[in-house]
Design a protein around this ligand. Sequence first.
Ligand code: NAP
Length: 244
Amino acid sequence: MSGTRVALVTGSNKGIGFEIVRGLAKKGLTVLLCARDTSKADAAVRKLKEDSASYQIFPLVLDVTKQDTIDAAAEYVRSRFGKLDVLVNNAAIYAAADGLPGVAKVDAVIETFETNFFGVIRVTQAFLPLIKASPSARIVNVSSGLGSLALNADPNSPFAAVKPLGYNSSKAALNLFTIQLAYELRDTKVKVNASNPGYTATDLNGNSGTQTVEEGAADPLRMALLEDDGPTGTFTSDGAVFPW
Ligand code: NAP
């Protein structure tokens, strides 16, 4: 892969997304660090540039639930770069009123889908023309082990008791989106994969996760940097295939 590669990571002002930006910048990619507001994006870029002033990281406002911000971000990338080589759909929420299917607040389930599923569709569709303009593009959908139907159905899974309806079903839907989009783009240079970061200490889970953000970012980064002979339409975790 030659030339400067351009990447965009949604929800990357903190947590796993922030580490994914760092990892991509370290590899020499030009990275668009996205946040819901300018001050968060600017602060995160400043923080990463403390690592190295030579990192090519630029702040971008993008709220995955707001089509106007997505369209403006896509127009910015089009006018400045004319293509997008790597899209990491990372932004997600875990709503407080989510819960088991009998008690989850429907509004919380809807709110979760707005970000974790519909947001990914909005962003991916807006950027698809720029992604197709890349000679070798990657889409990584940051999913979750909690979105695995196989693990949800397995009473012996270590996460068997973790069944918030909105969050888990939004990630299961995201996995299906991954499979379908990979199929749709099978004859193109775009590879589409879902990646599970694993249980990672971030604000999403009140910092209860057992992995560091560096560990959580590792598999999504690996899939973002796949070589041209890499797979498409997969779900991976820790460098290995994970059950859908
Ligand atoms: P996090 O620290 O809470 O970060 C989530 C990011 O998404 C934040 O930057 C947040 O921005 C952003 N975001 C939320 N709603 C958004 C919206 N409408 N538009 C744009 N950005 C939005 O969570 P994380 O743990 O790093 O999560 C990153 C990804 O990993 C998610 O897809 C999550 O489902 C997945 N994951 C995490 C774990 C884990 O154990 N942490 C495990 C499996 C999968 P604000 O700062 O503005 O809120």
